[in-house]
Design a binder for this molecule. Sequence first.
Ligand SMILES: Nc1nc2c(ncn2[C@@H]2O[C@H](COP(=O)(O)OP(=O)(O)OP(=O)(O)O)[C@@H](O)[C@H]2O)c(=O)[nH]1
Length: 395
Amino acid sequence: MELLDIRTLFMADALVGLSLASVVFVARWGLPSQVRGVWVWAAGDAVAAVGRALFVVRDELPQMLGILVPNSLLLGGFLLHYLALRLLFDRRVPIGWMAVAPAVIVGSFGAAAVFNAPFSVRVVLFTLLAVALCLACAAVAWQARQRSMGARVMVLAFLLMAAMALLRVVGGTAPGVTDVFAMFAGQHVSVLGAIVLQIAITVGYLLCLNETLRRELERLSGTDMLTGAYNRRGLLAEMARDLDRARRLGHPVSLVMFDIDHFKRVNDERGHPVGDLVLTAFAELVTRRMRSTDLLARYGGEEFVLVLPGATSEEAKLVADRVRREVPAAALAPGLDGITVSAGVACSDEPGLGLQAPSLIAAADRRLYAAKRTRNAVVAHDDGPGGPVPLSAAA
Ligand SMILES: Nc1nc2c(ncn2[C@@H]2O[C@H](COP(=O)(O)OP(=O)(O)OP(=O)(O)O)[C@@H](O)[C@H]2O)c(=O)[nH]1
């Protein structure tokens, strides 16, 4: 082990950190704006790497700088990683915390330099702060562990990093150890471990980025670009989850299929951009009245599907009829009121339907077709050989 000079290992550690920073920095190009904080992570790797490199040349620096700057940069790297993780996982950034932490780091190492604190005191100080920051990073990653393999890798690596920092205190505070480059027990293991763990942490972060991108891609491929509602693909994926949940909990699921009446006339008389406004405003109107567990999808041109988990047929009829009554007065586009909608309602509780997407959609579609006979109507039943009868129609 003596063959591996500690300064050389510190330098290798710094070079690995700079390489990781470059990889993350380059990976950031072309990412959608929803993925936040990637450059903060790269900056964290780079800042910590510069801190490690400064340790190597610290004998050339005045004592004040030699103690204050490398320690602060190393701990600053952890702080930036903490911030980047909160941004990546869409957690609120604790502004107060982010302002206090650098002041604590700089203040404590400034004091250590001014009062020429012995190495053992500085090691304990560094370890306390590093362990606190590692645990804070592990805690943020822990909250995302269920949906992310990368988060699990990071939790493990941050915890090992904290454990290694604690072990280093044992050798670093032993009698006679006066310098960061002293050959104390565990010194090699701790520097080599830091190299391996910083690679593991950044690999975990890149995995998280990949998972975030995959989720975003899935979201986009299931979303209707114009209205922001689900598209047919998104509807089927989300509905499968709702139906599974309903099977487990023994709840019904209702489905309403809406169709805007005479929509072609809007396009023909007012133009497609106004038609687009009507579609968007209709989706907004329904969304404002939905529960958080309901889902709205644009099923086709001017056809929308509203899924109501837990709602009975009667409740779904009320929802559909409320929308039907509100739409004509809503002025879905400037100067354009009097638009009407028709709807077909189906519920899994009805005999012959059950918790199956195709049968619910087919029943609601059949009833919508019946409602279209009069338009401005809601139909919730198939009614005998004469076919479905509108439950409610315009007076
Ligand atoms: N502006 C706009 N129009 C669309 C879009 N998708 C489909 N359409 C139009 O929707 C209209 C649908 O017309 P029809 O199927 O005849 O239905 P309708 O005029 O509403 O008649 P009924 O349903 O019988 O009341 C067509 O003119 C399509 O061009 C879209 O994304 N934007």
